[in-house]
Design a protein around this ligand. Structure first.
Ligand code: SAM
Length: 239
């Protein structure tokens, strides 16, 4: 999989070289490239923003550097991911969808965001997905791009040492994961639930399932009634 990041703060994305994505690059699973958007500016101050048409507070990112970056990098066939609080909420299902793509191009906005024509233009050339991390406002799209990357990369076939560890995770089966325990069996007076020491795999599986259901009902009852309609969010390329 190839991942491109367009940002005015390339250093912000340095953690990509660590941890999971870094390992995936080292193993050849990922081709990861961070691009400074200012490379596609032409004035002395390397300007990427301007005042909003119609007035109002803050600055908006100008479209030209994005357009030139798209031309140089070539976005056809890629999925352009635009982090924005107005986007499709990031879920495990969306991470799975993105993990099936061959190439993602992240557009990290700053200021009050990116001129909307950038999304429209990109959508005339390829698939575009506006993605939200949640109902709050970050300062920039870099943190969101990092989060999406981490959620996606660990789903790539061959990436996780033990693929089975993905199967029972929270949000995979529409439930939160059951609680986990390791050694020692007694710690500061607290015991591991005896069923986990029983060696009876049937009982353990049943206990875990019940724990997952109880936990989900208590903490996230909305998940038990979730009905996603992700198709509404995709912006298909114009034909
Ligand atoms: N004025 C914008 C609005 O109200 O929707 C917020 C702009 S925010 C200060 C700057 C950038 O941070 C956005 O362009 C986006 O890239 C990123 N961002 C902020 N909150 C986000 C969220 N919840 N999910 C994904 N990206 C977010």
């Amino acid at each position: 999989m190839r991942l491109d990041y367009l940002t005015i703060f390339p250093d912000y994305l340095a953690p990509l070289e660590l941890s999971l994505p870094g390992r995936a690059v080292a193993s050849g699973l990922l081709d990861l490239q961070v691009h400074d958007l200012r490379r596609w500016t032409h004035d002395r101050h390397r300007t990427v923003d301007d005042t909003p048409y119609g007035g109002g507070a803050g600055m908006v990112m100008r479209p030209e550097p994005w357009g030139e970056a798209f031309d140089d990098l070539g976005i056809e066939g890629a999925t352009v991911v635009v982090p924005t609080p107005s986007g499709r909420p990031l879920t495990q299902a969306l991470a799975r969808e993105l993990a099936a793509r061959e190439r993602l191009v992240f557009c990290c906005g700053r200021y009050e965001g990116i001129d909307q024509r950038v999304v429209e233009h990109a959508a005339s050339r390829t698939e575009v997905l506006e993605v939200s991390l949640g109902d709050y406002v970050l300062n920039g799209g870099e943190a969101a791009a990092l989060v999406v990357t981490e959620a996606v990369v660990r789903l790539l076939p061959g990436f996780m040492g033990n693929a089975a560890s993905l199967v029972e995770e929270s949000h995979e089966a529409g439930l939160l994961e059951y609680p986990g325990y390791t050694k020692p069996a007694t710690w500061r007076g607290l015991e591991v639930p005896p069923v986990l020491l029983s060696g009876d795999h049937g009982r353990i599986a049943a206990w875990r399932h019940e724990q997952a259901l109880t936990r989900t009902a208590e903490r996230r009852p909305d998940l038990l009634h979730a009905s996603a309609a992700p198709g509404e969010w995709a912006i298909e390329p114009a034909t």
